[in-house]
Design a binder for this molecule. Structure first.
Ligand code: NCD
Length: 316
């Protein structure tokens, strides 16, 4: 693997391979000394042009557990024009000998630009670009689902027949986009349910089904209910009347939680708006995988960095 930019076009076998390597990496977290020497001497740069807590520290923990040197670069607030700034930054990082660049950027396509521009020869990992893609989030979600379903027997398996409902602010969500493709590639059936104002206009080109009534969708007894954060920072108009109404019609409240099939999963990528898209009861329920998702994120990112940086890097 040369770069990880998107889940579109990731093959079934590549995806399972990343999850299997992540499974090995998860074992490291259980050791007393949580460290492998695999990436000693490699430099990983976390280049974050957008706010983030868990994704940035997750990549940092992942790189450090593999003994890489980590440089954190938060470029938010830079007054340089975006194109120039990205090029200049890339050339600086290249001069410093970065082997991998983990980039989060408000513009869709920025990681792709970095990977194809020739400004830098590092492996590029997309840690979220605008409303476009967030591939490691989808991989950690897939890993979490697989682990809950198959436990210690997860290795080598995909998600055949698993029914996943993705709920809420799909239009602004790179998490939904990355998951729609990855989970489908792994054999899952993905349904989006959202108010029409929060659905993108091009969902007919996605490998999913779409519906508009949360209670009807929940009656279909999905295996996984993935709640999306209302991305208020990306809303420059009103997409729903008010928070109380959104929570009532689209929130996973206690009453809806009680209707879920026992053994089904409640997922959320974080950060959660408790009381809006997800109630505290649902977030903290036995069905909730929220904390597992965070822990698994480190393993999946270790696997990604390992596959990108160890040994020969072939061209994708
Ligand atoms: C997601 C993101 O930034 O896209 N969060 C994350 O990676 N932890 C989802 C979100 O912000 O809603």
């Amino acid at each position: 693997m040369r770069h990880l930019l998107t889940t579109v076009g990731l093959t079934h076998d590549d995806a399972v391979r990343i999850l299997d390597v992540a499974e090995d990496m998860a074992g490291v977290a259980e050791r007393e000394i949580k460290k492998l020497p695999a990436l000693r001497g490699k430099t990983v740069v976390n280049l974050f042009f957008e706010d983030s807590t868990r994704t940035r520290i997750s990549f940092e923990a992942a790189a450090k557990r593999l003994s890489a040197d980590v440089i954190n670069f938060s470029a938010k607030g830079s007054s340089l024009s975006k194109g120039e700034s990205l090029k200049d930054t890339a050339q600086t990082l290249s001069a410093m000998g970065a082997d991998a660049v983990v980039i989060r950027h408000p513009s869709s396509g920025a990681p792709h630009t970095l990977a194809t521009s020739g400004w830098i020869d590092a492996g590029i990992v997309n840690a979220g670009d605008g409303m476009h893609q967030h591939p490691t989030q989808a991989l950690l979600d897939a890993f979490t689902i697989r682990k809950r379903l198959h436990g210690a027997a997860s290795r080598g398996r995909a998600l055949e027949g698993v029914r996943v409902l993705i709920v809420g602010d799909v239009v602004h969500s790179r998490v939904a986009r990355s998951n729609a493709w990855l989970l489908t590639t792994l054999g899952a059936e993905v349904e989006l349910v959202a108010p029409p104002t929060l659905l993108p206009v091009d969902t007919h080109t996605w490998p999913v089904t779409v519906s508009y009534d949360l209670d009807a969708a929940l009656a279909g007894a999905p295996d996984v209910v993935m709640m999306l954060r209302i991305q208020a920072e990306r809303m420059h108009a009103s997409f729903f009347p008010n928070s109380r109404e959104y929570a009532r019609i689209w929130g996973l409240d206690e009453e809806r939680l009680a209707r879920l099939r026992p053994g089904s999963m409640v997922m959320h990528p974080g950060p959660m708006n408790r009381g809006l898209e997800i109630s505290a009861a649902a977030a903290d329920s036995a069905q909730s995988t929220v904390r597992e998702q965070v822990a698994n994120g480190v393993s999946v990112r270790m696997a990604t960095l390992y596959l990108l940086l160890s040994g020969e890097r072939e061209d994708a």
